[in-house]
Ligand binder design. Structure first.
Ligand SMILES: Cc1ncc(COP(=O)(O)O)c(C=O)c1O
Length: 388
């Protein structure tokens, strides 16, 4: 038998990851190619990361120029791309003049920063939602609402409580000892599950009434993906902080915590930091990504293409429910065949993902147009038919 990449993967990559389905070698726009030359339409986008798709010329130029100029300096020094990105994030989030930004390298680290922010309230308890996902580091895992992920690593952070995503459950759990409520505006890893209508508005009112922080995990929903710059913009509320990563970097590892209003004063000098956080290379990349999203109208495109896809999905074989907003879409299946649908889709040259047995998640690049939408519908329909 010939030696393949699968042998190398099995022999050398930590067993914490399952064997991948393909080895990818190149990407362009919404397409990737594997090491056997097969082309795929990428409707997962590196799990809601590739806002501009693969190898976008604007991102390639920005990263190439920055790495040839100044790639890294440590947090003992400021750089122009870092300051430009902080300014941009305060503007597009709406945090404005009162806003502050902490830079790190991943979503989990943005959540860690938010946990430390919560601790600075002096209150012990943290609330998070059942079935939520906030990351895999010990702090972010403590908040993640999936017992099967948490239990192998206990003991985790104390005083974290998981509650149902209902206003009643929040009212019952809330008290003067609660530091913060952490919420994903749409639960991506759970299968793209929307919050009940009015939940975020109620959560804002209840947390404010009790003096607790409302911290939104916009790691998967942010950067235009839901058809708004940030999912909370569709509600009109102002959170105390939002955790960002994934789509803001378009493939480069970056995370950020953006604080609003008085929460901006909670962390003081020396209380948090990261060697790479906010380095000029990744912040130049994020400036290019967010600048291009703005220039090309990709927030609006996410809303428009999302609506087109949603409308086309309704009534297809196996499709019981269509969830999510913009280009973060969950397809609820009538049978637990999501893994088989993913395999059939891959055979047809389409990448989608199954967060659980009955859900398919779509998070394509925000740049998709008529031809990608049409190709997706054709290939995805075949994958559904093969398993109906
Ligand atoms: C909502 C949410 N929060 C946090 C994370 C963790 O981000 P990272 O994998 O960059 O640490 C993810 C990643 O999937 C996520 O979807």
């Amino acid at each position: 038998m010939t030696h393949t990449w699968k042998d190398d993967y099995s022999a050398r990559i930590m067993k914490s990851a399952a064997l991948p389905s393909a080895e990818l070698v190149r990407g362009e726009g919404a397409y990737v190619w594997d090491s056997e030359g097969k082309r795929y339409l990428d409707f997962l986008g590196g799990i809601a990361v590739l806002s501009l798709g693969h190898a976008h010329p604007v991102l390639v130029a920005a990263v190439s120029e920055q790495i040839a100029t100044l790639a890294h300096v440590s947090n003992y020094f400021a750089t122009p791309p870092q300051l430009e990105l902080a300014e941009r994030l305060c503007r597009i989030t709406g945090a404005g003049e009162q806003g502050r930004v902490y830079f790190c390298n991943s979503g989990a680290e943005a959540i860690e920063a938010a946990i430390k922010l919560s601790r600075r309230t002096g209150r012990p308890r943290i609330l998070a939602l059942n079935n939520s996902f906030h990351g895999r580091t010990m702090g972010s895992l403590s908040l993640t609402g999936k017992p099967a992920l948490r239990e192998p690593f206990e003991p985790l952070l104390p005083n974290v409580e998981h509650i149902e995503s209902t206003v009643e459950a929040l009212e019952a759990a809330m008290g003067p000892d609660v530091a913060a409520l952490f919420v994903e505006p749409i639960k991506g890893e759970a299968g793209v599950i929307d919050l009940p209508d009015g939940y975020l508005e109620a959560a804002r009112e209840i947390t404010a009434r009790h003096g607790a922080l409302l911290i939104l995990d916009e790691i998967q929903t942010g950067a235009g993906r839901t058809g708004a710059w940030f999912a909370f913009h569709k509600t009109g509320i102002e959170p105390d902080a939002i955790a960002l990563a994934k789509g803001i970097g378009g493939g480069l590892p970056i995370g950020a915590l953006v604080t609003f209003g008085a929460a901006s004063d909670l962390l003081v000098a020396g209380q948090h930091g990261s060697t790479y956080g906010g380095n000029p290379l990744v912040t130049a990349a994020a400036n290019a990504v967010l600048g291009e999203i703005e220039r090309a109208g990709l927030v609006e495109n996410a809303e428009r293409r999302g609506n087109e896809i949603r409308a086309a999905l309704v009534g297809l074989p196996l499709v019981e429910e269509v969830r999510g907003q913009g280009l973060l879409i969950g397809v609820g299946l009538s049978k637990p065949v999501a893994a088989a649908v993913v395999t059939s889709a891959a055979a047809e040259g389409l990448i989608v993902n199954a967060p659980n047995d009955t859900s398919i998640r779509l998070a394509p690049p925000l740049i998709i147009g008529d031809s990608e939408v049409a190709e997706f519908i054709t290939t995805f329909t075949k994958a559904l038919e093969a398993n109906a």
